[in-house]
Design a protein around this ligand. Structure first.
Ligand code: GLY
Length: 574
């Protein structure tokens, strides 16, 4: 059994040994349970150790949660090239303790001006996944630099150059390649090496890969980060970096022009707001579907006594799966970039609509997906997104998820910049009704249009209790981001797990189509049998997500946990 599977089983066993009353006693720090990382002042949870350390150093130096988060975002672009990025996009939720407000920063990629609705159709009118995933036509206008700079300008306290300094150092001096990065680069070698600009950075001149413990230096990336430190985001969107990206597009056949780059704007939006059993939920609005469906699923489940049914019970998992499939069916029809299409957000997140959906759930039988809505799906999946969470000593919090889409995105580095470019355009519906790489089906609402943002599942979330930060959560995982984040929230609120237990507990996922209930190792065979008896088709899959979560106690003490499913993660504080 893998160590992760062993860890998941250990988590399941520990949870089984707890009576519900005991479980509710202390969700923070009891030492006879799997315990989280504790810190009294500030904390960072990210998927890569060096980036977490960068964030903690910023907090120790007096920076606030946003200063630390922006530094982590830039550092991950160096140390976690699979997902950390400058050439992609994402979403950041910022909670300001002084005002009690939470803002959602949307720095999702946009479709270039030359993008058209049918750009991924072949001559027979069929969607060609190769075009939307593996050619430079897949690249959207990157938003990360604009988003991180906007967050810092609005909510940070430190100069951009100061929060960029650690990332520049890591790129210039290099860092020790981990076993995970070494393996990942080996696995991706064929795809990445087709681009000489990428091969020159991530592989040795003779084509050999970097072994664990060897140093990976990225001088071009250091120079790009240095230019951003000196000139601000204009270096990326109008300066030399913009020129290099536009030149790369011309050379390799992509659509992004200098005009596309100079027109890019990160946007501050109102978060999706909901409630769950007395807690306030704040999460990402469109162009993400994440917040909408987390709130929708929680609303449906609020009408059931999930705590009484018990964590990991077939009865609870059945209800969760039924709620999930109804939400994902709605996703396919209604969700898209709300700057371009009408998204019925109020309706989807209303308690009344949830009650009507709940009324259609049979506690004993799975509803076949085809009777909820029609569709088909693909098996291919990839989940190289990454999430990080930060809370500072004043109770300010950041929940950030960003991505290149696939691991290393398109795999193409814009020559001379060290910057990997995304393949986010595949998150649009190439043809309404045809699934994307995550098997997610989109409709007209997510059709391609110039300047539009492709629909996402990224779900950075902040849970508030009495107006103060209680839980910061989020995850990578493609279509499973929504349900993984949901389960962290439910494990804490419904099942009284501390944040480490909530992270370890085995996960499930249903996305309407395919009509299968995905489960991780760790569910008992009895539970699986009971679910099958209710009519679920069980698919035992590899682990889902890589959560990075922090729980804040009323007195400000912080308890965090990095998902054991990823080897390089670290939660640390001071
Ligand atoms: N590229 C995955 C997502 O945004 O959901």
């Amino acid at each position: 059994m893998s160590s992760v599977a062993a860890s998941l089983r250990a988590g399941a066993i520990t949870l089984l040994l707890l009576s519900p009353a005991l479980a509710q006693q202390d969700i923070y720090s009891r030492m006879d349970r799997i315990h989280p990382v504790y810190a009294p002042h500030g904390m960072v949870a990210s998927q890569e150790r060096l980036a977490t350390e960068v964030g903690v150093d910023i907090l120790k130096a007096g920076g606030n949660a946003v200063d630390a988060a922006v530094a982590v975002g830039f550092a991950l672009a160096v140390t976690l090239p699979q997902a950390g990025n400058l050439g992609g996009g994402g979403f950041m939720l910022v909670h300001d303790a002084a005002s009690g407000d939470t803002a959602a920063i949307d720095y999702r990629e946009t479709a270039p001006a030359a993008a058209t609705r049918d750009m991924y159709l072949d001559t027979d009118g069929n969607a060609d996944p190769n075009l939307s995933r593996f050619t430079p036509l897949a690249i959207g206008v990157p938003g990360t630099v604009a988003g991180l700079a906007l967050a810092l300008e609005r909510y940070g306290t430190m100069p951009l150059a100061d929060v960029l300094a650690p990332a520049i150092r890591l790129a210039e001096d290099g860092f020790e390649v981990t076993a995970e990065l070494s393996q990942s680069l080996k696995r991706s070698q064929e795809r990445l090496s087709q681009w000489p600009s990428t091969a020159a950075i991530f592989y040795k001149p003779d084509g050999a890969t970097y072994e664990p413990g060897e140093t990976l230096m990225q001088p071009d990336l250091a120079a790009s980060l240095g230019a951003i430190a000196m000139e601000g985001p204009a270096a990326f969107y109008e300066g030399d970096i913009a020129e290099a990206i536009a030149a790369e597009m011309e050379r390799s056949g992509g659509l992004i022009t200098r005009d596309d780059l100079s027109a890019y704007k990160a946007i501050v939006r109102e978060p999706v707001a909901g409630t769950y059993r007395g807690y306030d939920i704040r999460s990402m609005p469109p162009p993400s579907s994440g917040g909408t469906h987390i709130v929708q699923i929680l609303n449906i489940l609020e009408g059931f006594d999930v705590a009484e049914l018990g964590a990991g019970s077939a009865a609870a998992i059945h209800l969760m799966a039924e709620a999930m499939k109804r939400a994902y069916a709605d996703r396919s029809a209604f969700l898209g970039d709300s700057d371009f299409v009408e998204v019925p957000l109020a309706g989807l997140t209303s308690k009344a609509y949830a009650a009507s959906l709940r009324g259609g759930i049979d506690a004993d039988r799975a509803t076949p997906s085809e009777t909820i809505a029609p569709g088909t799906s693909l098996a291919h999946e990839s989940d190289q997104t990454t999430h990080f969470s930060v809370i500072d000593a004043n109770g300010n919090a950041v929940s950030n998820t960003y991505t290149l889409n696939f691991g290393y995105g398109m795999g193409l580095v814009a020559e001379g910049t060290g910057i990997l470019l995304n393949n986010e355009m595949d998150d649009f519906s190439a043809k309404p009704g045809v699934p994307n790489a995550y098997g997610l089906i989109g409709g007209e609402a997510n059709a391609i249009e110039a300047g539009k943002r492709p629909l996402s599942s990224m779900s950075p979330t902040i849970v508030l209790k009495d107006g103060k930060v209680f839980l910061v959560a989020g995850s990578p995982g493609g279509s499973r981001i929504i349900t993984t984040t949901l389960q962290i929230i439910m494990n804490v609120i419904d099942h009284g797990m501390n944040v480490a237990e909530a992270s370890v507990a085995p996960r499930i996922h249903h996305q309407w189509l395919p009509d299968e209930l995905r489960v991780e190792e760790g569910l008992s065979p009895d539970t699986i049998r009971l679910l099958e008896e209710k009519g679920h088709v069980i698919a035992l899959k590899s682990t889902m997500g890589s959560t990075q979560s922090i729980l804040r106690r009323d007195d400000g003490a912080l308890f965090g946990a990095s998902d054991p499913r990823r080897a390089t993660s670290l939660t640390a504080g001071h």
